[in-house]
Write a protein that binds this ligand. Structure first.
Ligand code: TRP
Length: 334
């Protein structure tokens, strides 16, 4: 590859990460760390934009998300982890970028729009929440990120970032900030166990990476299948059937999955039998992660140390970016 990418992504530490995170971005990050310089940010400041009354939740989950990263195989030798609130340059950039964005543009951002509706903010939306996409542009540009592996719902964020990048470079007649490309995972999005489009902890339809075998069993057994598929001998629907969606993604035996689909469509394959297979498949996938998680849980100082070491490295890069930005904006007082 001619151009060396700088990869930057992040997650809000509002809870431990789940299978949706794995499919949506962790899987891509595992590949990208082999090829590029990669930063992975724990977005505690962004998490506070809708959890500001509960800092203890965020504090607790910074460590949990750090544990998740290491448990899935992100390697601190290859990936630089950092904690967002410890990089003051992100806040600085955010203030500068806010001049380049209008309130109406932020209100039109589809992700933010959906969130405003979900949270029933109306006109009482906290200003910090409305402008979090600007802060996200700062997250990406503070390390001059060019590639952002994220779930599909984050596309408007990348678009917003690039608008800011172009407008900054044009306004200050420079080429300081690079544009970023989104890298969307092959699997577009993992539905929740209840069949709704998105897996999320707050919706109670998620399977956490550290879930116990018992928890997985319970969640799979109550999974959404085909409501018309009452008796074993009835023909059943495969499309929109969450158990099959998960098997398609996690079952390494594609032939067997194809055979099961055929049998299910014809009738004669019961939900319980099908779900038992998924429980086995998910256990095989999650058990090494769970074991690694348990080891890391016993050594929280090691995990924090990894996060703090990465933060130190990132600070250094952030300072260089600020040097360029300040110069372009004629703020390089001497
Ligand atoms: N908004 C992202 C999410 O909720 C997290 C995030 C914050 C992020 N800053 C980022 C992702 C920068 C990619 C790049 O999942």
């Amino acid at each position: 590859m001619a151009h060396k990418e700088i990869v930057l992504t992040g997650d809000r530490p509002t809870g431990p990460l789940h299978l949706g995170h794995f499919v949506g971005s962790l899987a891509n990050r595992l590949e990208l760390q082999e090829k590029y310089k990669q930063y992975v940010m724990i977005a505690d400041v962004q998490a506070l934009t809708d959890n500001f009354e509960h800092p203890e939740i965020i504090r607790k989950n910074v460590l949990q998300v750090g544990i998740d990263y290491l448990a899935v195989g992100l390697d601190p030798e290859k990936t630089t982890f950092f904690i967002q609130s410890m990089i003051p340059q992100i806040a600085e950039l955010t203030i500068f970028y806010l001049n380049l964005v209008t309130v109406s543009r932020l209100e039109r951002n589809p992700t933010v729009k959906a969130e405003i509706q979900d949270r029933r903010f109306g006109r009482s939306i906290p200003a910090g929440f409305l402008m979090y996409p600007v802060s996200q542009a700062a997250d990406i540009t503070v390390v001059k990120g060019t590639l952002v592996p994220v779930g599909k719902d984050q596309l408007p964020m990348i678009e917003q970032t690039n608008e800011i990048v172009r407008s900054f470079n044009r306004m200050y007649k420079c080429n300081v900030l690079p544009e970023a490309k989104a890298l969307i995972s092959k699997v577009s999005r993992l539905p929740g166990t209840d069949g709704s489009a998105k897996m999320s902890k707050s919706a109670g339809n998620s399977i956490a990476l550290g879930d116990s075998p018992d928890a997985i069993k319970k969640k799979v057994m109550s999974m959404y299948t085909d409501p018309q598929h009452g008796r074993v001998e009835d023909p059943g629907k495969v499309e929109g059937n969450v158990v099959f969606t998960y098997l398609d993604i996690f079952d390494p035996d594609k032939k067997e999955v194809a055979a099961l689909k055929e049998q299910y469509r014809k009738g004669g394959l019961g939900d319980v039998q099908l779900k038992k297979r998924l429980i086995e498949v998910l256990d095989a996938f999650l058990s090494p992660i769970r074991t690694k998680r348990q080891e890391l849980e016993k050594d929280p100082n090691y995990v924090m140390n990894v996060l703090l070491e990465g933060t130190k490295k990132t600070l250094h890069v952030a300072e260089q970016t600020m040097y360029d930005v300040r110069k372009a904006m004629l703020l390089d007082y001497k």
